[in-house]
Design a protein around this ligand. Structure first.
Ligand SMILES: Nc1ncnc2c1ncn2[C@@H]1O[C@H](COP(=O)(O)OP(=O)(O)O)[C@@H](O)[C@H]1O
Ligand SMILES: [Mg+2]
Length: 259
């Protein structure tokens, strides 16, 4: 953890795709152990911004600091090395595999030190996946096939997989968009549990009600521009919507850290 309480600091981020300016000078501060909501209309630049942090895109210009240290995040691997895990809208789960197999997908435990033997330590994976699910209070069996799960349960499995590597920072792009109210409730509870463990969460959502429930602050983007950050506890829905639509950015909630 950083000494100044900052997990992520993105400053003056610009991103261009040819002629398209997707981000035009955006600042974002994610504090240690907070849930920061990220909102904006379609095309505002939300996904582009988090992809710059997840190592899927490199910013055209701007700086990123993780726990106070300036970093270059030029690949998903680099993001993971900095303790950053991401779930994208497309969860990339394998429907024909079990929950345990999905949680360990790509990092299967092998028997013995040598992967050449190719023997998956299935019982160890099952056990570890079961512990993780129980620990997170997720009511899904490690032996269930992912194809048979509800949308909400799949989202919980995707989050479990992410938490296996014990991240400090978790980014979620629209984790509740395809879910029933009940499914969304489970995901929101899990987000609160992550925060209780000191994980910093950056949460993109169109659902302002959900954001006001779990977020500490709400960051607004408007057509690639920075439209400021609002206190989730005191801001009204109308204020957030007006900020999303007009892009008006006040000076009252500047993100600059004290020197
Ligand atoms: N890979 C890309 N190539 C070209 N343009 C892109 C690419 N990704 C995003 N954009 C453009 O950047 C802008 C911001 O998109 P995006 O970050 O997806 O917005 P949001 O997630 O807020 O809906 C849009 O105009 C979009 O068309
Ligand atoms: Mg998006």
């Amino acid at each position: 953890m950083s000494t100044d309480g900052t997990a992520v600091e993105m400053r003056d981020i610009h991103k261009q795709f040819g002629e398209i300016i997707a981000l035009d000078g955006v600042d974002l501060t994610l504090r240690d152990g907070e849930v920061l909501g990220l909102v904006g209309d379609n095309g505002a630049g939300k996904s582009t911004l988090i992809k710059c942090l997840a190592g899927a895109h490199e910013p055209t210009s701007g700086t990123i600091r993780i726990r106070g240290e300036e970093v270059t995040i030029d690949s998903p691997r680099a993001a993971k090395d900095h303790g950053i895990e991401t779930t994208f809208q497309d969860l990339a789960l394998a429907p024909n595999l079990t929950v345990a197999q999905n949680i360990f997908l790509g990092r299967e435990k092998m028997i013995g030190p040598d992967r050449v033997f190719g023997l998956l330590n299935k019982s160890a994976m099952r056990e570890r996946a079961g512990e993780l699910l129980e620990d997170l209070n997720i009511d899904v069996s490690p032996d269930q096939t992912v194809g048979g799960l509800s949308g909400g349960q799949r989202q919980l499995v995707a989050v479990s997989r992410m938490l296996l590597s014990d991240p400090d920072i978790v980014i979620m792009d629209e984790p509740t968009s395809a879910l029933s109210v009940e499914g969304a409730d489970r995901v929101l509870e899990l987000i609160e549990r992550m925060r209780d463990r000191g994980i910093s969460v950056l949460l993109i959502s169109h659902n302002l009600e959900y954001l006001q429930r779990v977020a500490d602050r709400i960051k607004v983007l408007h057509q690639g521009h920075d439209a400021g950050v609002l206190d989730a506890d005191t801001v009204t829905r109308d204020e957030v919507v007006s900020r999303m639509v007009s892009g008006r950015s006040g000076v009252e909630e500047t993100e600059q850290q004290p020197a």
